[in-house]
Design a protein around this ligand. Structure first.
Ligand code: BQF
Length: 291
């Protein structure tokens, strides 16, 4: 079994970005600037935004965070997005999801200027990705592709089974894995909550991408020998032996499945750090006006 070390690979990507940022600054141009809007006080979201700020600092980018109360109206949030769309100092920004229930996520996402949508959630960016045109690719799917490529995982002609059909992970990764490119060229099956005989599909996977949001759902008995497993799940499990009082687990029973897998991503330290690294990549692209 080969451990796909997302943390290590993300560090490599960040080093590459850091070099490019230094060159920009050496040319007396301004450092790329990422802004994040955080509505409410969800602890997981606060952690994610902190991770993004810290990563920006690491590579020499400017970051700013707009903290808004959980009671923020949709109109107020749209005004903030409008401000960020028009502020020339800001190269790209994200609105941290999920949003409170009284705010419609689609409305907010569609109000973001596609050229600053470094999360790649705007319909224009998703549409361009579908067509294989230059676009901001959403951070998690793009991070997974980067992981596969840098781990030299051969995807061509392989059966890739995706568990989950979310707009953020399942759907876009299914498109990228079937694209006529490297990595890609896989035969893709998308499984979801209404799939009959789910285990039959999982058993056929050469590459399994688990993004179903069910804690340790995939177990060793379900997979075939030498499967490549990419675990996108993140769940907090109470654990009093940990300083924070919890530990993270994925959608895959790592200890069991690693015995059968040829390669597998851990949680934490797998897909998560790559998500942050690819967000920085998009911010650099936005600053260079490449999309
Ligand atoms: C790690 C996210 C679900 C819903 C909204 C590193 C992150 C996570 C884990 C991180 C995620 C998940 C983010 C690790 C950002 C990934 O070491 O394993 C980094 O910060 N993520 C998000 O912004 O929104 C989410 C998951």
């Amino acid at each position: 079994m080969k451990l796909i070390d997302g943390k290590e690979i993300a560090n490599q990507v960040k080093e590459e970005i850091k070099k490019e940022v230094s060159q920009i600054i050496d040319n007396d141009e301004k450092a790329p600037h990422l802004a994040a809007v955080l509505v409410g006080e969800d602890p997981a979201s606060q952690t994610y935004v902190k991770n993004k700020e810290k990563a920006c600092k690491r590579v020499g980018m400017i970051s700013s965070v707009y903290n808004m109360s959980a009671e923020t109206s949709q109109k107020e949030l749209l005004e903030t997005v409008d401000f960020l769309n028009n502020d020339p100092e800001i190269d790209g920004f994200i609105v941290q999801l999920p949003l409170p229930d009284h705010i419609d996520e689609d409305t907010i996402i569609q109000s973001i200027k596609p050229g600053k949508d470094v999360d790649g959630f705007h319909p224009v960016n998703l549409g361009k990705m579908m067509l294989g045109q230059p676009a901001f690719l959403s951070a998690t799917p793009n991070g997974i592709m980067e992981l596969l490529e840098r781990s030299n995982i051969d995807t061509e002609g392989k059966h890739c089974v995706v568990l989950g059909r979310s707009n953020i992970v399942g759907r876009p990764i299914s498109v990228l894995m079937s694209q006529k490119e490297k990595p890609g060229n896989a035969t893709v099956t998308v499984c979801h909550s209404r799939t009959h005989n789910l285990e039959e599909y999982i058993k056929q996977a050469d590459i399994l991408i688990a993004a179903i949001g069910k804690q340790e759902f995939v177990t060793a008995d379900m997979v075939k020998d030498n499967v490549v497993v990419i675990d996108v799940g993140i769940h907090r499990v109470t654990d009093d032996t940990k300083e924070k009082g919890y530990r993270l687990v994925g959608d895959v029973d790592f200890e069991g499945v690693k015995k059968k897998a040829s390669a597998i991503t851990p949680v934490p330290g797998g897909v998560g750090p790559m998500t942050i690294a690819t967000l920085l990549k998009n911010t650099l692209k936005a600053a260079k006006k490449e999309v």
